[in-house]
Design a protein around this ligand. Structure first.
Ligand code: SAH
Length: 224
């Protein structure tokens, strides 16, 4: 799949997307991620991308033209399944949406900054608005990085053991069971006996039981 990200602060994305699983997936050719600076699409000689809000008040608003130029240029190259605007008032991002987006071929993510973007971009140029939670970030870049990370780790082959992504929290609406590693005892703190039994059938049952109990206790809403 291919993910294009439009931003005025590319540096905020390079860090998160140049490491670990996402970087490996890029190297393996599972995902092609392109980060575009919206300023490169500004016709202004100072590469301006914002202006004062007609409604007044503090804070600048991202202008339409550079964003339209950027989206139009990219759309000429390929068809996008989704053109997403990151926004605190958007639909809440979750594992279900990550699963859905991971099956797409081409996704474009537009990161807002400052006070936000001209409403007409939202009305005419995008297909979906997504929030990563009920708090306000400085820009959409961290939201785009969060979404990209969650999507990319679902791509077949991104995680060494494919089962691993499927057994994560929220898949099947269950939280993941607790996990332990060596040593089997540390300062008297013991790993549950069953995990040392070597009986994979019993261990699988225990994992499921723990998942259910943990979900009941921590996130009963998932079981409704
Ligand atoms: N004035 C806006 C917030 C602007 S924050 C409001 O009150 O709704 C600047 C940019 O950061 C936004 O345009 C958006 O792209 C991004 N952003 C902020 N919080 C976000 C969140 N929770 N999820 C996704 N994007 C967010």
């Amino acid at each position: 799949m291919r993910i294009d990200i439009l931003t005025v602060v590319p540096g905020l994305l390079h860090g998160p997307l140049d490491h670990s699983i996402v970087q490996k997936a890029r190297k393996k050719g599972l995902v092609d991620i392109h980060i575009h600076n919206i300023r490169d699409y500004s016709n202004d000689k100072h590469r301006k991308v914002d202006d004062y809000a007609f409604s007044g008040g503090a804070g600048m608003v991202m202008t339409i033209e550079p964003i339209d130029n950027a989206i139009s240029a990219l759309k000429q190259e390929r068809e996008y399944d989704e053109i997403i605007y990151t926004s605190p008032d958007g639909e809440k991002f979750n594992q279900k949406m990550a699963n859905m987006l991971s099956t797409k071929n081409n996704i474009l993510i537009l990161c807002g900054h400052y006070k936000g973007i001209d409403q007409r971009v939202r009305d005419h140029l995008i297909t979906r608005e997504v929030s990563i939670g009920d708090y306000v970030l400085t820009g959409g870049e961290l939201a785009a990085a969060v979404m990209t990370d969650a999507i990319v780790r679902l791509l077949p082959g991104a995680i060494g053991d494919e089962q691993s992504a499927l057994s994560d929290s929220f898949q099947d609406n269950l939280l993941a069971p607790p996990v332990y590693t060596r040593p089997a005892e540390y300062k008297g703190w013991k790993v549950p006996d069953i995990l040392l039994s070597g009986n994979t059938k019993l261990i699988d049952e225990w994992n499921l039981q723990q998942s259910i109990e943990r979900t009941k206790k921590l996130r009963p809403d998932l079981l409704e």
